[in-house]
Design a binder for this molecule. Sequence first.
Ligand code: HEC
Length: 474
Amino acid sequence: MLLDERFCEGHRQGLKKGDKFMPYTRYASGNRAGFGIAILVLGALTGLQAQAASPRQTAAQITFAKHVAPILQEKCQACHQPNSIAPMSLLTFKDAKRFAPLIKAKVAARVMPPWHIDRTVGIKEFKNDAGLTDEQIDAVVAWVEGGAPLGDPDDLPPPVEFPDPNRWQLADQFGEPDLIVQSEPFTLEAYTQDKWFRPIVETGLSEPRWVRAIEIKPSYPHGRRIVHHALAFLEQGESGVTNLASVAEERGVMGAGLFMEWAVGKVGEIFPPDAGKLMLPGSKIRWEVHMHAVGEEVVDDVVELGVYFYPKGFVPKNRTVLKFFDARGPSGLDIPPGEIAVTQEFHVLPAPARLENFQPHMHMRGKQMSMEAIYPDGRQELLSSSNNFQWNWHVNYIYADHVAPLLPQGTTLVITAWHDNTAQNPNNPDPEQWVGWGDRTVDEMAHAWVDVTYLEQEDFDREVAKRKASASEK
Ligand code: HEC
């Protein structure tokens, strides 16, 4: 029985004593952080260039020192180092050699590094691309198949100095957050059902400010192990201050609503230079923190929201709103045991818009999610498809500015979700269960989180013309 009304809890299928909860505490060597968390520690990676092997190179020529070490430095070590979020370090040859077969398996399956979008379709340029190229994958696989040799130690690149993996990640770009809002402290027992904690906290803001970036950070190390996702809803009186493109405003799509969703695999949101979110004096954050027990009590933990403002007085032209685009379909999710279910929903854009990102959300049976546009003239375009979805990695695919989709008013967005409830899905806890929509990770969900910037018609036309002009220059 829960006495604190800010909590609610799941039923059935909670963690019981003796359950094996997470596979990756098995290399525990003082480095047990990480409930599959992940942060795209990209700031740390910029500037490093991995030297890819050409496909013609034979396995025997691929060595750790020359080919693989630079790839690990560029794409793996930010997470795979002591005290970061991955279960084992990959800093040295010895580390990598020990895990060589597992590395080959995860890399060839495109599960690691966590970047699970289909690179062959839709929009191909992202602000936070963390994936490997085909050449890098071939090099890693050939190295393992060739016996994982060290090669000439003189070829080894100097070790990389990584910044603190538990810092505010976006501070590399914007300096420390201007405002930090903490949830109230919560305690999670060692063995219990999933819990949802919903405290409401004042932001303490005394004047309106425009937000250029937001980051949510569970505490380290405990919060990272127990927090599955955290939602921060911005609650404030809007009283006419909307700055949404006028058509969207007329049709009632304004409002602050959800500020940011954080789930394992995601770090933050950055808005393009002409857009932002507005926070008003007296605003509050309503938290929803979904926690999952891991066999150890966690006491008085907090989740933090870091807000990066535009300079005082700067007003971006457009206001971005985080939209929840459902894909569960008219009859809700109905996923029979042993089957693959496909559901789909349609969302008509009330005003011209630019989509900033694509972030699919499903649970353990989630297999694939796609986002398509049907233009008012009937033309259809696949924008993105995460065809290798991994439920414990909620990667936010942020479109590069020059390719972020510009969609006219009346465009229909089609979100399609595939759930695999067969025994072939390695993440499926029980293929004999019927599964429906629900909060717990053993239930399912199907939606995409998309930051939508509604544009005035003339701004939209100008953006489209700019794209056309730069396309014809190429
Ligand atoms: C964003 C952080 C991050 C990056 C980048 C990353 N990993 Fe991981 N890796 C993790 C975490 C966390 C886990 C454990 C959870 C999981 O398996 O999803 C993991 C798991 C693994 C595993 C499986 C371990 C096991 O016991 O099953 C392998 C192998 C692996 N990573 C290799 C790599 C390689 C190789 C790269 C780079 C090409 C890489 N990872 C990049 C965070 C990361």
